[in-house]
Design a protein around this ligand. Structure first.
Ligand code: ADP
Ligand code: MG
Length: 674
């Protein structure tokens, strides 16, 4: 083809024959149901077959040409109409047999404007544009469905039957997977619904299978690379346990042990710790940090916000000072003097544990003997940032990722397939579910009154706004005005505080400290408090414009309350306009189970939008859908496991095609995570 056309195609990623073969339809239109012309209905999309009776071209105005082609099948006449496409006239000489599809309307006569058409050469098997189930592709400028469809058909005719089947035959037989050429042909040009389904089944399986092979190989690769192999005495973590003001839950004990055992192994740890909000991940992290310190190493804890860094820093300091373990803090807003101090401690090794934000991955920061990296709220970080911190370790450091956004099982198998997973599936005792209500605008005064009563009982509250951080000035202004409004107009007798993202470090610190000490009753805030913040006396969360938040985010915010012994409340103010928005808020009122919320979220938004998936570095899927093809994912995972158990590096001759396909599909290898 010419260079112009090639350029157009390359815009949608089509450069090779393989690209074209694997450019699957976005959807289909069923144009197979032919109707006699006298039975077609105005307003519906119909498909008819007939012969050209006559055609005429009119030019009612300059720059307007109307081509009308009359078509009859003996039962009636319908007019196909095109605007400014007079060149089509020569395609419809009188007597030509055609099939047309499109929306029927009546404009004096019964007509179809701009129909999809197929000129019949007598060989009906080759219908591609209508008279059948027709594939619809994603397009780009200067490309039409018709052109792309014809191109794909040509390519398939020439090459599809020559495609070697990449899956071993016995695997195909065991799972009734149709052969690859047939699957490819039918996914583009199915003869029936069943064709389409069996083709899709086979191709989704393929996609998942190679993904799982890649993940498993990447995991195995990590196993082979050499890690620290911590030699831990267990003394420090034992002391920590004794010093804690509470008894660990069984789940915490179990997970702490899983992590410790993993750190002692020779191969590097890559572990994901998932536990719902409030399940007590911080203590697990502390224990792991101490395990590294016991072996004479340094450990780092990276978190997404400065407030959270400070909170972790203060907690760790309080817990670890009696153990003579030195903790350093590194965040962007430290004073230059304190920053220099921290850097010195980190580089010299005086600091055993370093807590910080993204500031930790700056070029100039050098650790002395970093052997363990913990990343809290890991979904907030990108692949590159996590890798950058890992680069700073000695050899291959151990990595523990923590998340409170539980991952539905299928996603865990996919996105995190190369990680080991520990789960805190138990909350500390005495926690009561947060009573959650959707509050309409007219009940706002009632909500404020309720809030005031709770505060009189000694509790504290958050009021969160979905502020768009367009510009610093705007944010500061809006946030300040809001807090003033609450202080002056609504709660004149209470102490209202304000917290937002772009506040200076010291100010943030001061406000958090005041809130923690109970000297602020209501903290008006932007979503900066979304993750991690832990103030057990705060028992009310008011979320303004709740419909603007995603489910995972709402769950995280609600997780700021219900952390102590008090009945806690979450009041969502808002009026969702969309069906989906209503569903989201309804889910919140029905359950506080993070796993269920994650499943619903996945269902409502689809995996692409699911929190954190985009940052995960997972290759994009062409046809499979993680949410609805769950069973196939598990099947693919099992099959990948079987193959690798027999042939761990795919060296067998019969696995040659597997290896080759894997390398071609994922040329940048699977080093995309942790
Ligand atoms: P998250 O998993 O959301 O990070 P945190 O680690 O912040 O949870 O813990 C939530 C709260 O529960 C903190 O106040 C913490 O001190 C407390 N906590 C943690 N473990 C226990 C436990 N075993 N018993 C009682 N309280 C606990
Ligand atoms: Mg936390």
């Amino acid at each position: 083809m010419g260079p112009q056309r090639a350029k157009t195609l390359s815009r949608i990623g089509l450069e090779t024959i393989e690209d074209i073969i694997y450019y699957f339809p976005r959807c289909y239109e069923d144009r197979s149901n032919l109707k006699p012309i006298n039975r077609i209905q105005v307003g519906k999309t119909e498909t008819i077959k007939g012969k050209v009776l006559a055609s005429g071209l009119k030019k009612p105005r300059p720059r307007l040409e109307i081509l009308k082609v009359a078509i009859s099948d003996g039962t009636g006449i319908v007019y196909a109409v095109w605007f400014n496409q007079s060149y089509l006239q020569k395609s419809f000489p009188v007597g030509t047999a055609v099939i047309l599809s499109g929306r029927v309307d009546r404009f004096r006569e019964i007509q179809i404007v701009n129909p999809a058409y197929e000129i019949l050469a007598g060989d009906e098997e080759d219908l591609i544009h209508t008279g059948r189930i027709v594939p619809i592709y994603s397009l780009t400028e200067k490309l039409t469905q018709r052109r792309l469809r014809s191109l794909i058909k040509d390519v398939l005719d020439k090459y599809a039957n020559r495609l070697p089947d990449i899956l071993p035959e016995n695997m195909r037989r065991r799972h009734s997977l149709i052969d690859l050429p047939r699957a490819i042909i039918h996914i583009h040009f199915p003869e029936s619904e069943e064709d389409k389904e069996s083709a899709r089944y086979r191709l989704v399986f393929d996609e998942f299978f190679f993904l799982q092979l890649g993940l498993a190989l990447s995991k195995a690769g990590k196993i082979r690379s050499k890690g620290i192999g911590h030699k831990a005495s267990g003394k420090l973590s034992q002391r920590l346990k004794e010093l804690l003001p509470f008894k660990l839950t069984t789940a915490q004990e179990r997970v702490i042990e899983e992590v410790r055992a993993d750190m002692e192994k020779d191969r590097p740890m890559s572990r994901l710790l998932q536990g719902d909000v409030g399940s007590g991940k911080t203590v697990v992290a502390a224990s792991a940090l101490l395990t590294a310190v016991e072996g004479g190493f340094q450990a780092a804890l990276m978190v997404p916000t400065e407030i959270l860094a400070e909170q972790h820093f203060l907690n760790l300091q309080r817990w670890l000072l009696p153990l003579r373990v030195k903790v350093a803090l590194l965040i962007g807003s430290l004073s230059p003097r304190m920053k220099r101090e921290s850097l010195k401690e980190i580089e010299s090794g005086q600091a055993d544990i370093v807590v910080g934000t993204h500031a930790l991955i700056q070029e100039k920061i050098k650790f002395s003997r970093l052997s363990l990296i913990i990343i809290d709220e890991q979904h907030r970080f990108g692949v590159k940032q996590r890798a950058a911190l890992r680069e700073k370790g000695v050899e291959t450091p151990d990595v523990l990722l923590m998340t409170a956004t539980p991952i539905p099982r299928t996603l865990a198998l996919t996105v995190y397939g190369d990680l080991d997973i520990s789960t805190l599936d138990e909350l500390p005792p005495g926690r009561m579910p947060v009573a959650t209500y959707l509050v309409g605008e007219k009940d706002r005064p009632g909500a404020y009154k309720f809030l005031e009563e709770e505060i009189k009982k000694g509790r504290q509250a958050y009021i969160v706004y979905p502020l768009i951080e367009e510009s610093e000035k705007l944010e500061v202004k809006a946030a300040t005005e809001m807090a003033r409004h609450f202080q002056r107009d609504i709660f004149p007798h209470l102490r209202v505080g304000l917290l937002y993202g772009r506040m200076k470090g010291e100010e943030k610190e001061k406000v958090m400290q005041l809130f923690k000490e109970g000297r602020i009753d209501i903290l008006v805030s932007t979503t900066v408090i979304e993750v991690g913040i832990d103030i057990p006396n705060a028992s009310i969360m008011v979320i303004e414009n709740a419909e603007r938040f995603g489910l995972a985010q709402l769950h995280q915010m609600r997780g700021r309350v219900g952390r102590g012994d008090y009945q806690s409340y979450c009041l969502m103010l808002g009026s969702p306009a969309s069906q989906e928005g209503r569903k989201r808020l309804q889910v919140m009122t029905e359950t506080s189970d993070g796993f269920r919320i994650a499943e619903e979220d996945l269902e409502l938004r689809g995996p692409g939008e699911f929190f954190g998936i985009r940052q995960s570095g997972m290759p994009e899927l062409r046809i499979g859908d993680i949410a609805s093809d769950m069973k196939l994912m598990e099947l693919a995972r099992r099959e990948a496991g079987l193959i690798l158990a027999a042939d761990p590096e795919l060296r067998d001759g019969e696995h040659y095609l597997l290896r080759q396909t894997l390398n071609r599909r994922f040329p940048t290898s699977f080093e995309f995570r942790v």
